[in-house]
Design a protein around this ligand. Structure first.
Ligand SMILES: NC(=O)c1ccc[n+]([C@@H]2O[C@H](COP(=O)([O-])OP(=O)(O)OC[C@H]3O[C@@H](n4cnc5c(N)ncnc54)[C@H](OP(=O)(O)O)[C@@H]3O)[C@@H](O)[C@H]2O)c1
Length: 278
């Protein structure tokens, strides 16, 4: 199988390259071309002529998106459509990575794939609108929503917590936002399997279990054997430019239909910490 990964230099993209050994995988980052350039995207796709295209490229700085909405929509929505149109021309399958931020966070039980999108931030809107447009261009495409991504391939929450904990005796972390941490290695493995299983439609792929950012940070510090105290604070106390969903736990039901189960986030965290120490 021939595959193109857009966003191969990112946190998830690097793991996708590493977890996809048996196929011919072409990884593309922004240095190979800007995905906002439809003609360039078309050339790249036609040159490789893959069976699958995975879109892990995105403008992922959620707070910056608030002050750069045009860039957010161009990269996260319009570029995804460019890639989908190129995929359609050559008959390739498309897997697009989306986010829990398409939801408003007002539920108190796990979000199902057909729950109403109601994004609260520019980033969330750009992803939600991308989903709608992609399903119009390529109704058979696969949309994988994930959340709270972490891994050794880039900036992420556990890395930030450990760096801060190395110099501070106390860390204040938000305790009123709940979601599912997701290890990039586990997500990448699931994506490879989904492509091999010819998956289509919207799927939720996260590690199993859920927690608040406070609980996540407390576990990171404890497992790393650091003495720093982690204190719970409210979202209101930690004002950020982009609103976050208070509750964005994604149900695994859609993934289970493909016979795929994800390890728990606690298990994933142990493996991440081991990998980080290497
Ligand atoms: N991080 C999270 O917590 C999280 C949660 C839910 C969903 N997601 C989604 O998961 C996917 C992967 O996220 P990630 O954290 O791995 O992202 P990331 O580390 O920020 O990587 C983003 C990738 O996109 C590429 N890119 C950005 N703008 C581009 C442009 N205009 N043209 C070409 N390439 C461009 C970057 O290339 P360069 O490095 O060359 O600039 C990089 O390879 C994204 O779709 C993201 O929205 C992430």
């Amino acid at each position: 199988m021939k595959v193109i990964i857009f966003g191969a230099s990112g946190l998830l993209g690097k793991e996708l390259i590493g977890q996809w050994p048996d196929d011919e995988v072409v990884g593309l980052g922004s240095r190979h071309g800007d995905i906002r350039d439809a003609a360039k995207v078309g050339d790249l796709v036609e040159e490789v002529c893959p069976q699958w295209i995975v879109v892990a490229a995105a403008y992922t700085n959620v707070d910056e998106c608030e002050s750069h909405p045009q860039l957010a929509f161009e990269v996260n929505r319009d570029s995804a459509v460019n890639i989908a149109e190129a995929a359609k021309r050559i008959g390739a399958r498309l897997l697009f990575i989306s986010s829990d931020y398409v939801f408003d966070g007002k539920k108190s039980s796990a979000y199902q794939t057909d729950d109403l999108r109601n994004p609260q931030s520019v980033y969330g809107r750009s992803k939600a609108e991308a989903e709608v447009r992609l399903l119009q261009v390529l109704p058979e495409c696969c949309i994988v929503r994930t959340s709270w991504l972490f891994g050794t391939g880039g900036k992420c929450f556990p890395d930030t917590i450990l760096k801060l904990a190395a110099t501070r005796p106390v860390l204040d972390v938000v305790s009123d936002q709940r979601g599912c941490p997701t290890y990039a290695v586990d997500l990448a493995r699931a994506i490879v399997e989904l492509c091999r299983k010819d998956a289509r439609g919207i799927l939720h792929v996260t590690n199993a279990g859920d927690c608040s950012w406070f609980e996540f940070a407390r576990e990171i510090v404890k497992r790393a054997g650091v003495q720093t105290e982690v204190r719970p604070v409210s979202t209101l106390q930690m004002a950020r430019p982009a609103p976050r969903p208070a509750y964005s736990v994604l149900s695994p039901d859609s993934l289970h239909k493909y016979g795929i189960s994800m390890p728990t986030w606690l298990d994933a965290l142990s493996r991440y910490l081991q990998e980080r120490r290497r």
